[in-house]
Design a protein around this ligand. Structure first.
Ligand code: PEP
Length: 249
C-alpha cells in the first residue's frame, strides 16, 4: 500500500520569525501522524528549515531548481546545492512556474533529470487551466505534460518521483476539484504510467493540489488514486496544515 504524503508549498511567503513558529509547531505534531510530511520553504530559508527540522521526521523540499549543474547562470540554484541543505524533494512544473515564468514541458523535463541526478525526488506538477477543462482537453494536457518527462527520463525514473495533479483553476482560488473530478485525472495519470510499467504505476505517489483545506481533505484523500496533497495557502497556518496531515493519516 502506498504511504500518504502531505507537502506544504510555502511559495514566496514567510520570514525568519514566522518560520520559526511554523516549523516548530509542525515538527512537534508530526510524531503522532502516519503520513509523511514535507515542507517547501523559499530558498533563503532552507538553512533555517534544515536546522529546525533536524531529527523531526519532517522532510524538506525546494520550490524549483535549475536545469544546469554549475556555472554562469545568475540567479539559478542547482540540485546539488539543494541536496547540501538537506532537501529530499523539489517541486517541478508548478503552474506558477509554467504560467508566470515561462517554463515549458521541455524545461520541466530537463529540471526533472537534473534533480534526480543529484539524488532529489522531483514532485512533478501537472494540471489544466480552466479554459482547457472547459474545452474538454484536461486529459490531453495532463498526458502531454507527463509524457515530456517519461519520454526524456523513461518510466523507471518514476520509481523515485512523485506526481502532483493540480488543476490551475483550483490553485489559490477556493475552487477545489470535486473528489470525483480529481480521482478521474489521478486514475488516468496512473493508467498512462501503467501502459509502460504496471508495477511502477502501482507504487507511484500521486498528490492532489488545489485549495485543499481541513474541510475537504479527508474526502479527497479517500479516493483510490489520491495519495495525499500538495497544499499552498493552508500550509502557512500550522493548525490547518496539521489537520490536513491528520486527514491523510
Ligand atoms: C499550490 O500552490 O500548489 C496550491 C495547491 O495552492 P493552494 O492550496 O493555495 O490552492
Amino acid at each position: 500500500m502506498r504511504k500518504k504524503l502531505v507537502a506544504g508549498n510555502w511559495k514566496m511567503n514567510g520570514s525568519l520569525r514566522q518560520n520559526e513558529v511554523l516549523l516548530s509547531d509542525i515538527s512537534a505534531a508530526v510524531p503522532g501522524l502516519t503520513c509523511e510530511v514535507a515542507v517547501f520553504p523559499p530558498y533563503p530559508y532552507l538553512a533555517q528549515s534544515q536546522l529546525a527540522l533536524a531529527g523531526s521526521g519532517v522532510a524538506l523540499g525546494a520550490q524549483s531548481v535549475s536545469e544546469y549543474t554549475q556555472g554562469a547562470f545568475t540567479g539559478e540554484v542547482s540540485a546539488s546545492m539543494l541536496a547540501e541543505f538537506g532537501c529530499r524533494y523539489v517541486l517541478l512544473g508548478h503552474s506558477e512556474r509554467r504560467g508566470l515564468f515561462g517554463e515549458t514541458d521541455a524545461v520541466v523535463a530537463a529540471k526533472f533529470e537534473a534533480a534526480q541526478k543529484a539524488g532529489l525526488i522531483p514532485v512533478l506538477c501537472l494540471g489544466e487551466t480552466l479554459a482547457e477543462r472547459e474545452s474538454g482537453s484536461t486529459m490531453a494536457v495532463v498526458a502531454r505534460q507527463l509524457s515530456s518527462v517519461l519520454d526524456r527520463s523513461g518510466v523507471g525514473a518514476m520509481v523515485s518521483a512523485v506526481v502532483a495533479y493540480e488543476p490551475v483553476w483550483a490553485i489559490g482560488t477556493g475552487m477545489t476539484a470535486s473528489p470525483a473530478q480529481a480521482q478521474e485525472v489521478h486514475a488516468a495519470i496512473r493508467a498512462q504510467v501503467a501502459v509502460l510499467d504496471a508495477g511502477v504505476a502501482e507504487g507511484l505517489c500521486i498528490l492532489y493540489g488545489g485549495s485543499v483545506k481541513p474541510q475537504n481533505a479527508e474526502e479527497l484523500f479517500g479516493q483510490a488514486d489520491i495519495d495525499g496533497g500538495l497544499i499552498g495557502g493552508a500550509a502557512l497556518v500550522a493548525d490547518d496544515f496539521l489537520k490536513i496531515c491528520l486527514a491523510a493519516s
